[in-house]
Ligand binder design. Structure first.
Ligand code: PMP
Length: 434
């Protein structure tokens, strides 16, 4: 059955298929960290629906919440009408907000994907400020629609200016650390001060507190605070895209909590729907300048996703899963760091909580920048991904050059499972480095 399904789908589906190319499996059952294929093969799933499954596959509390809605006779489609399910979700979501937003937040239900919420956030700040330009960062990923794409470094209509996102390993200023972050912040400041730059009064700035698709690059807390100062001083709304970093993944409930920065707008999706499609924008009440219907959409009221999401948010909060992600993530990153010295092809291991990346380089190929790290090695990263799959481990690729193997395990992963994941990954790296 597996071969037939794979053959038919690859013949019928768009050439834009992505995950299905690198992961030729046919999942038929899943629980927690484990996925079972139609051919009986079993995998440890550290892709987690691209970081969606905070509680892993089919967690009992999520299934129970879904069943409860189905059995209650509640309508499944209600546009954006108020319902008890939505009320419970909103209450649970507001419980999790960073202190600076709690008590004065508005939520806008968008739908159904992260991209939709990014669009809504960009439109919101343009409406609220009456200005047009958006500041975004190199290596960012915000989604697939035109506005989100522009902010991700694509093209179209919204005028987006991209600023250097500080990173240690491939620091745009060649120094890394606190100094590199300071230089990146100054770059932003001088652009805003320069009357000839054309972006002295943008509508907003959007950033990921940890870049995900861009290759797992955590923002330094000092840089986040500098960026907040700079944007606050100029009344530029700061949008935190927490689509991938939210719901405990990085070791705090929301990743902005690491720096203590309060954004004006937060974009949330993925894990907030407990594995089903749900996306919202949360923002400070004074930014609520919309006319009724200014931003609509048929699918803004997914009752099942809200129920699954509320159960997930509550479970993460009540069981301290963010703290668990911080502690286990530190141990996993610590162990993976050994790979940096053991293998010349491992460039940098980095991450925050259970958002972990291993960057691959070609030690034979000199750096593009003098004195910098060796060139990126996307072919090695892809080979490691294939070797992982052969060993029953599903990982994602990311990074500016598709040179980063990414781990996004569920927050419920046990210590033993984490060890198994690291063993398989280390074996795969050893095999490829041979
Ligand atoms: N923002 C970030 C930070 C993301 O990681 C993603 C998806 N990987 C998106 C936005 C877009 O979300 P979606 O794919 O649900 O449209």
């Amino acid at each position: 059955a597996q071969e037939g399904i794979l053959r038919r789908q690859s013949a019928r589906e768009s050439a834009a298929r992505t995950y299905a190319r690198a992961l030729p499996i046919v999942p038929v059952r899943a629980r927690g960290l484990t996925i079972e294929g139609a051919d009986g093969s079993r995998y440890l799933d550290c892709l987690s629906g691209a970081g969606t499954l905070a509680l892993g596959h089919n967690h009992p509390v999520v299934l129970e919440a879904i069943r409860k809605v189905l059995d209650s006779g509640a309508p499944l489609h209600v546009l954006d009408l108020a319902t008890p399910v939505k009320d419970a979700f909103t209450t649970e979501l507001f419980r999790t907000l960073p202190p600076g937003l709690a008590g004065r937040a508005r939520v806008q239900f968008c739908g159904p994907a992260g991209t939709d919420a990014v669009e809504a956030a960009l439109k919101l700040v343009r409406t609220a400020t009456g200005r047009n330009g958006i500041l975004a960062f190199t290596g960012a990923y915000h989604g697939m629609t035109e506005g989100a794409l522009a902010a991700s470094g694509g093209a179209p209509d919204v005028r987006v200016t991209r600023l250097p996102y500080p990173q240690d390993y491939r620091c745009p200023f060649g120094v890394g650390g606190e100094r590199g972050a300071e230089l990146a912040a100054r770059w932003t400041q001088s652009l805003l001060d320069d009357t000839k730059s054309g972006v002295t009064s943008p509508a907003g700035m959007i950033l990921e507190p940890v870049q995900g698709e861009g290759g797992v690059i955590p923002a330094r807390d000092d840089w986040m605070r500098r960026i907040r100062e700079i944007t606050a001083a100029r009344s530029i709304p700061l949008i935190a895209d927490e689509v991938q970093t939210g719901v405990g993944r990085t070791g705090t409930f929301w990743a902005v909590e690491h720096s203590g920065v309060t954004p004006d707008v937060m974009v949330m999706s993925k894990a907030i729907g407990g594995s089903l499609p749900l996306a919202v924008v949360v923002y400070r009440d004074d930014l609520d300048v919309w006319e009724p219907g200014a931003h609509a959409g048929t699918f803004r009221g997914n009752q099942i996703a809200m129920a699954a999401g509320a159960a997930t948010l509550a479970y993460v909060r009540e069981n301290g899963l963010a703290e668990r992600a911080a502690a286990l993530g530190n141990r996993m990153i610590g162990r993976l760091r050994a790979l940096e010295s053991d293998f010349a092809c491992v460039g940098e291991v980095r991450g925050r909580g259970l958002m972990i990346g291993v960057e691959f380089v070609d030690p034979e190929k000199p750096s593009a920048t003098p004195g910098g790290p060796p060139s990126a090695a996307p072919e090695l990263a892809a080979a490691v991904q294939r070797e992982c799959l052969r060993r029953g481990l599903i990982v994602e690729l990311g990074g500016r050059h598709a040179d980063v193997v990414r781990l996004l395990p569920p927050l419920t992963i046990t210590d033993e499972q984490a060890t198994a994941v690291l063993d398989r990954l280390a074996d795969a790296v050893a095999e490829v480095a041979k």
